[in-house]
Design a protein around this ligand. Structure first.
Ligand SMILES: [Zn+2]
Ligand SMILES: [Zn+2]
Length: 328
């Protein structure tokens, strides 16, 4: 089996060959990977902005594949079943957060492609309880971005409530799915890209955004809520300035550059700034049932597994329309 290995921050991934895939332990499944999405979080790991990955590490937490071996005690998957593996790889089930139903905030959570080897490989091991069944309407490559970009966007949308006018800052993999779900709910979307990114703005309008412009612009109407997907702290005061009294600004990324100081007047009048962290299995089940009803269509750019570094470079430079997906 081949695998792309991170030995340390700010180093390219190294292609490694192993004679055989690992064997699943009790409770685990071995998955023959068919596709693995490339998420911005992977970039934050490779670039050292998320500082505590296991090393060496196989990144990748949008894994689509088929069950190739089953460990002891796993009853609900059969050989050949198609499964999806998300970022949430394991939770303790007993800490205060888990007991309160917030497994996304588990104090001992372990994440795929960070604490656990992920899907930039021919095979991956996963805890069977954290794998999802995937809707049949999606082929393997099209399904991959649903598993993080789609899920995180879905969770972020929930915190935006019933906002009529919704801003999306950063129009990458997550926003290109969120815009479709939000339109399905009858929300009006205002998409913000890097200033001057007319291709990104065209892409946003093609997916149903009512308006698209640069993040340095104000939308034609005040927003009721805004989701920030770009890892840029300066977008927090920018989004607050575009948001109505009582509106919410949701930071949906796992990492963001420092938020600059801003006048209290931007927050005043009951505006809210909050973050969204990780996912629960319930989020996954809800979103994967909803996606084919919308129907969400994912825009993907496939790369061979061995070209993972190229995919990461292209994502870092903002050159991917939709989502990059590795295909072993
Ligand atoms: Zn826990
Ligand atoms: Zn992700």
């Amino acid at each position: 089996m081949r695998r792309m290995v991170l030995d340390g921050a700010c180093r390219p991934l190294r292609l490694e060959s192993r004679p055989a895939p690992p064997a699943p332990a009790p409770g685990q499944v071995l998955i023959r990977v068919a596709a693995c999405g490339v998420c911005r979080t992977d970039l934050h790991v490779v670039d050292g902005e998320l500082t505590r990955p296991k090393l060496p590490l196989i990144p990748g937490h949008e894994i689509v594949g088929r069950v190739a071996a089953i460990g002891g005690g796993v009853g609900h998957w059969a050989l050949g079943d198609r499964v999806g593996v998300p970022w949430l790889g394991w939770t303790c089930g007993s800490c205060r957060q888990c007991r309160a139903g917030h497994e996304n905030l588990c104090e001992r959570a372990r994440f795929t492609g960070y604490d656990i080897d992920g899907g930039y490989a021919d095979y991956a091991i996963a805890d069977a309880r954290y794998c999802f069944a995937l809707p049949a309407a999606y082929d393997d490559v099209a399904a991959a971005p649903l598993l993080c970009a789609g899920l995180i966007g879905y969770r972020a949308l929930r915190f935006a409530g019933t906002a009529e006018r919704l801003g999306l800052y950063g129009f990458g993999a997550a926003a290109h799915i969120a815009v479709q779900v939000a339109r399905h709910r009858g929300q009006t979307i205002f998409a913000f890209t890097k200033p001057g990114d007319s291709a990104g703005q065209d892409f946003a309008r093609s997916l149903g955004a009512a308006w698209a412009g640069g993040s340095d612009q104000l939308p034609p109407e005040r927003l009721d809520a805004a989701l920030i997907f770009a890892p840029v702290g300066a977008l927090v005061p920018a989004a607050l300035a575009a948001t109505s009294p009582g509106g919410t600004v949701v930071c949906a990324g796992i990492h963001m550059s420092e938020i600059p100081a801003f006048p209290y007047a931007l927050l005043w009048q009951e505006r809210v700034v909050r973050s969204v962290a990780n996912l629960t299995r319930q989020d996954g089940e809800e979103f994967l049932a909803l996606a084919p009803q919308v129907p969400v269509r994912t825009t993907t750019e496939p790369f061979p597994l061995a070209e993972a570094n190229t995919a990461l470079d292209r994502l870092r430079r903002g050159e991917i329309e939709g989502a990059a997906v590795l295909v072993p």
